[in-house]
Design a protein around this ligand. Sequence first.
Ligand code: SF4
Length: 651
Amino acid sequence: MTVKVAKSAGFCFGVSRAVNIVEKLLDEGKSVYTLGPIIHNKHMVDELASRGVKIAEVPDDVKNGETLVIRSHGVPEEVTERIGNLHIDCRNATCPFVLKIHKIVKEHSENGEVILIAGDESHPEIQGIIGHCRGEYHSFTNCDEFSEMMDKFPDLKHKAVCVVAQTTFDTLLWKKILKMLQKLCTNAKIFDTICSATTDRQSEAEILAADSDLMIVIGGKHSSNTNKLYTICKDKCRETYLIESAEELPLDAVKNARKVGVTAGASTPESIIKEVLVTMTEEIKNPEEIKTEPSEFEALLEESFKNYNTDGRVKGVVESITPTEVRVDVGRKQTGIIPLNELSNDPNAKPEDLVKIGDELDLIIMKTNDQEGTVLLSKKRFDAQKGWDTIVKAEEEKSIITGVVTEIVKGGLIAVSNGVRVFIPASQATAARGESLDGLLKQEVSFRIIEVTKQRRRAVGSIRSVLNDERKKKAEEFWANAEVGKKYTGVVKSLTSYGAFVDIGGIDGMIHISELSWSRIKHPSEVVNVGDTVEVYIKALDAEKGKISLGYKKDEDNPWEILKNQYPVGTECEVEIVGLTQFGAFAKIIPGIDGLIHVSQISNDRVEKPEDVLSVGQKVSVKITAIDFDKKRISLSMKALLIDETAEEEE
Ligand code: SF4
C-alpha cells in the first residue's frame, strides 16, 4: 500500500494569513472577535474558541477594547463603513486576491458595466463581492444557471459586461462557461480571478485521484473549495471520501486499498492532515493488515511530511540573527529560518535577547520549500507543544500544576500554564459555589487538569479539586490533634439563626447562639459578622458525625462574675428601669443582669403602683440589698438610700 499526500493540501496563503493574524492578536493578549467563523473548518474554529476567540454576527456585537478580525472571504463595503463608524479596533484579513476582485467590480460597475459573477451567491466571498458592485449584477454557479440568466436578461448581450469568478470556482466549469459567454457577449471583459492556489490544488487533486484507488479529501463539509475538491476527485476515483477529521476515516476501505491519495481544502489545518495520516499508519501497523513492510510505509509517510507542512520536530543550531529572523542549521540541505513572530510569544522581544549564535534550539517544522531551499521553523510552537505535553501528562498523572489567571470569562476563568490556556469553570474555581472569581485575576493558582481534548487542544482545570485535597488533609490533621478546651483563631464563614460557623483552619466548627453572649441575643449578627476573626475553643467534639461545637464567650465576661467582684451587697449604684410590674420595677445593673426594686423599696412614702413614680428608661440610684447567686436574684432598694440620707442628716 502507498499513501500520497498532495503537496498543495491544506492552508492556502489567504487562510494561513487570516489565522496568523488571529493568533498574533491572541498572543498580544487581545480579546478577539471574528466576523463569522474565521475559516470553514470546525476543528480550527473550536480550537480558536477554546483560546477565547468569539464570533460576531455583526460589527455591533463588538465592544470598545475588543478587536474584530475580518476573515479572508472579505465583506461588503457597507460592513467596513459600519466598522469605521463604530470606531472599533479592526484587522482586515481579507485575502489580497479577494480584495483585487472587490476593486475590479467596483471600478467596472462605476463605469456602468453589468457585473457577472461565477460563484455561489450564498457564499460570504460572493456576498462581499456583490457588496462592492455599484449597479446591476448577476451570479450563477454552473452552465445551466448561466444559460437561464442569459434567457431571462437577453439585453445582456448588448450591454457592457464584466465577468469575475469566486476565487475557489471550479476551473473546468469556468472554462466551459467562458466558452458560452464569449459566443453571447462578444464585448465581455473577463477577469480570471480564480486563485492559483485553488487551480493548483484542483489540478493536483485530479491527477492524484486518477492515480489512486482510494481518495481521502480532508476539510470542512461547509467549505466551498473542499466540496469542489471532493467533486473533482470523485469524478476520477470512485472511492472518494470527504472527511472532517481522522475519526471519520473509512478504515475498512483504507485497509483494503493499494494506493491511497490524500488532499485537503484550503481551510484544513496541517495538524488534522497529520492526524489522518498517523491514524492510517496505526491501522496499517496491525500485522494482519500489513500489505507492505511497515518501514516502507512509514518512510512513505515521512516523505509525505517532508514535502508538506508538518508538525515534525527538529533541532537547529543558530547560525545568524537579524532583527526579523534567526537562521539555523537543521542538518539538512535547506536553510532553516525562524521568523521573528515564530520565535517567541512576546511581541516586544528582540531576537538577540532570546537566542545566541551556537545555541541549539528545539523547533517545529512549519513548511519546507524545496524550490527556495528553505525550511520554515517555529520555536514558539515547539514551546507551546512542550507546554501541551506537560498539560496532557498532568491530566494522566492527576498531578497539581500552577498557572496565572489571565482572564475572567463567561462561565469561569482562563489560567495560563506552561504557555497553554486552561479553562477553569466557575464551579471548579473556588472552594464553594457562588464565590466571586474577581480576586483570582492575575493570581497564581494551583489546579488539576480534569479534561483534555487532544484534537481540539482544549484543557479544563479544577482549583476546587486541589482545595478539597488541602481541606481533607487539614481535617485529618485537626482530628488527630483536636481536644476539648483547645483554643483556635478562626474566621466567621456564615451565620444562621442558631449560630455562627467558623473556619478554624480548613475545618468548620459552630458557635451556638447561646455561646456567643452572656446576655440574651436574637441573632448571632448582634455579636459577630461574616469575615470577623474570632478566638474560640472546643467545647465538644463528635468525630463520628464530624461535628465541632465551639465556645466563644469568656468567663471573665460573665456578668455574674463581674457582679460578684465589683457589686457586692451594700453597693450603691445607678441603674436603668427596664420593666414595671405590680410588685415592683426591674432595673439593669450591668448588661445581662437585672435586679428587682420591690414596690415597698421605692420610696419612704406608700407607693400604690410602681408606674406612679417610675418609668421605663429612667435612671435611678439604688442600693444592692441582697444577692442570691443560686437563684440569680438581686434585690435593690431606693428607699435604703433615702434612709441612709435621713440618718446622715439627723447625725
Ligand atoms: S483560496 Fe486563494 S483567494 Fe482564497 S483565501 Fe486562499 S489564497 Fe486567498
